[in-house]
Design a protein around this ligand. Sequence first.
Ligand SMILES: *Cc1c(COP(=O)(O)O)cnc(C)c1O
Length: 723
Amino acid sequence: MTVSSPLPPAAARDAAALPQRLVGLRSLAHNLAWSWNREVRQLFREIDESLWHRLRHNPIRLLQQVAPARLAALAEDPRFCAWYDEAMQWLARETDGAHTWYSRTYPELRGQTVAYFCAEFGVHDSVPIYSGGLGVLAGDHLKTASDLGVPLVAVGILYRNGYFDQRVRLDGWQEDSDARIDFSAVPVDPVPGTNGAPHLVTVRTFGRDIHIRAWRMQVGRVPVYLLDSDLDSNHPADRPLLSKLYSGGPAMRLRQEWLLGVGGVRVLRALGIAPAAWHANEGHAAFMMLERVRERCAAGVDFEEAVAQVRSESIFTTHTPVPAGHDHFPVAEVRACTEGAWKELGVPVDRVLRLGYQPEAGEETFHMTALSMRLSRRINGVSRRHGIVAREMSRSLWPGRPAERVPLGHVTNGVHLATWMANPIMALLDEHLGPAWGHAHDPALWEQVLTLDDRELWETHGKLKGILMRLIREEARRAFGRRDLEAAQLVGAGPLLDSHVLTIGFARRFATYKRADLVFRDVERLRRIVTNADRPVQLVFAGKAHPADTPGKQVLQRVYEFTRDPAFEGRVAFVEDYGMHLAHLLVQGVDLWLNLPRVPLEASGTSGMKAALNGVPQLSTIDGWWEEGFEGNNGWAIPPEVDGDDGVLTADRLYALLEEEVVPRYYDRDAHGLPRQWLAMMKHAIRVAGQQFTARRMLEQYARAYYAPAILGDNLPDDPPSA
Ligand SMILES: *Cc1c(COP(=O)(O)O)cnc(C)c1O
C-alpha cells in the first residue's frame, strides 16, 4: 500500500493525549458542528482562552497544544465535566436525525438522501477550500441542512494547497502564497478504499486512469466527501490536478470539473449511497449529471430516456449574471476529456457534446450552464432580481419564448444565523425574544426586535466594535513586529482607527464589478467627509483579488494607496487576508456595510445579510438581495437608474447620502449619548434579515419547492431546453 503523504490521521494521537474522562473532546473537535454551537465554543475557549484565540479557534490544534496538566485539572473539575457531558449529549442528538423539521414535515421521505455538489465549501476558516461567496453560501447550506435534518450528502474537492494567503506589498500589489492544508489540524479523515488501497474510485480521462481518494468531513449531520488525486499511483501530471482552487487555466479546470462530477458520483456509489435527488450548486459540478446519464446508458437505457430520467431528479442553481462568468470549454477538449466514457457504450459522442451547446457561445464551445440546464428539471437563480436576469440570459435555450416563460425560478440566498450573528447579539435576543427565537422560522417574532432596549443594543454593538478595533491594532502590531509590514505601511493597517468614529466596512472579493475604488472617485470630497473634525468617518477595506485577475489586483492597489495617503489621517485602512474569520469580525464590528456592485452584476451578495443580522445597516446599489431587502428604514439604497457605466453618478449619490443622511444620523445623540434614529435603523436591519434572509428560510424553500418534488415527482409536463 502506498500513502503519498505523511498523514496518518491525527486522531489516534489526539485521543491518546486526552484524559479518559474527557476523551469525547476529540469527537467534538472533529465534527464542525462545534463551530456554530455557542456552548461548545465556550467549552473549548474555557480549556485555554489565550491559546484558543491564538489558534484562531481551531479545536484540533487546541487539543494538541494545550498543556496536559491543564486537561488533567479540567478532568477533575466537576463544573467543567458537567458542561462537557452536556456537550456530548448535544453531539449525540446532533448526529441522529429523529426530531427535526424535515422529519416532521416529510415523514414519507425518510431515508431519501439528496446529493449536493459544489466546487468549494466555506465551513470554517481552518479548512481553506473556499474562495468567497459561493463557497461560504455552500457551507451555510450544509449547516442549515444539518439543523433542519435535510438528509444531504455533500461532495467537493480537498484542495491541498488551499485557496491562497494574501500579503500586500509596500507598493500595494497583492502577493499570493499557498494556504496549504495541515492534515494534522483539519477535521478530515480518509475514507479507506477496497483491500486497503488508498483510492476509492478510478476516473478515466485524456487516456489515463486517475485514482481518486475521498476524505470525509462532518458538518453536523451532513457528511462531506472531499476528493483528492494526490496519490503515488497516479501519473505525476495528474497528482496535483485537485490541489488548487480556481487556478491553472481552462485545461486544468476542465479536468478538475470532470473529476469532481464523475469521481463524485462514483465515490457515492462506492460508499453505497443512493441519492434520490441531486443538486449542483453552480455549473462546475455539472458533469455529475452526465455521469449519471452514462450509468443508465451502460445499464441499457436509451440515451434520450436516460437524459429524461436524470433531469427529473436533478436541481441546478446558477449564480452568475454575466455570460462570460459561466464555465465553458472548447468542444474538442471536452471530446478528448469525455470520449473514453462513451465510446464503449456505442453512444455517438456528438450527441453527448450537444448537451453543452449554447447558441450565443457557438458550435465550438461546450457550456457548463447549458449542460446543467439540459440535465436539470429544476433550475433557480439566487435572488428575485437574479432570477429575472438569468431567465433573460437563458432564453436562447428555449427559442421563441418570452423571458417570463423560461422555466427558471429563484430562491434568494440566506445566511446561517448561528454562524454569522455575534454571541452578544444572540444573548440580547435570548433575553428579549425568549429562548425559542432561534428554533423556528417565524417572521412575527422578529417584529419584537424593534422593542430592544436602545442602550443595551448600543453597548452591545460598541463591544463588538471594540473587538474589531483591537484585532486590527493587534494584527498591525504583530505584522510590524515580524517585519512583515514596513513602517510606511503601518498606518494603512489601521492602528489609528478610533472606536468612537463612524466606521464603514467594505470587504469582498476584489472583482472589478464590485468597484471597491468607487468611493475614491472624488478624492477631495471623500477627504472632507472622512476628516471632518466634529463628525469624522473611517473606512475599513478587506478582500482578495483572484490571483489571475490583474484588473482586480489593480483596483486593490489603488485602494491600498489611499490607506497610506496622509490626507486621510489614518482613517482609511486595509486589513489583509480576508476570509471567514475576518469576515465575522467585520460584519459584527463596523457601523455601516458598504456595497457598490455595478448593477445587475451582483447575483445576490450575502455579506450585507451577515452585517444586518448584527444590526449593521447596509448602503448599497439596488442589486441582488438588496432589491428585496431594502425597506427604507434598514439602510440606504442607490437606485439602478443612477448607475451609469462610469459610476460617476453612483459615487455622487453615495457622497450625498453620507453627507446628508448617514453621518448626521450617526452623530445625532440624545441627552444619554444615544443615536436614537440610528438605533432604529439597526433594529430594522436585524428584523428584515431575520425575517427574510436566513439560510433557514432558504433551505425550507429548497426542500419544499425543489428537493421534495424531485424525490416525489409531480404531474407537470417536463419542459426541457431545445436540443
Ligand atoms: C459572505 C462572504 C463572502 C460573500 O460576500 P459578498 O457580499 O457576496 O461579496 C465572501 N467571502 C467571505 C469570506 C464571506 O464570508
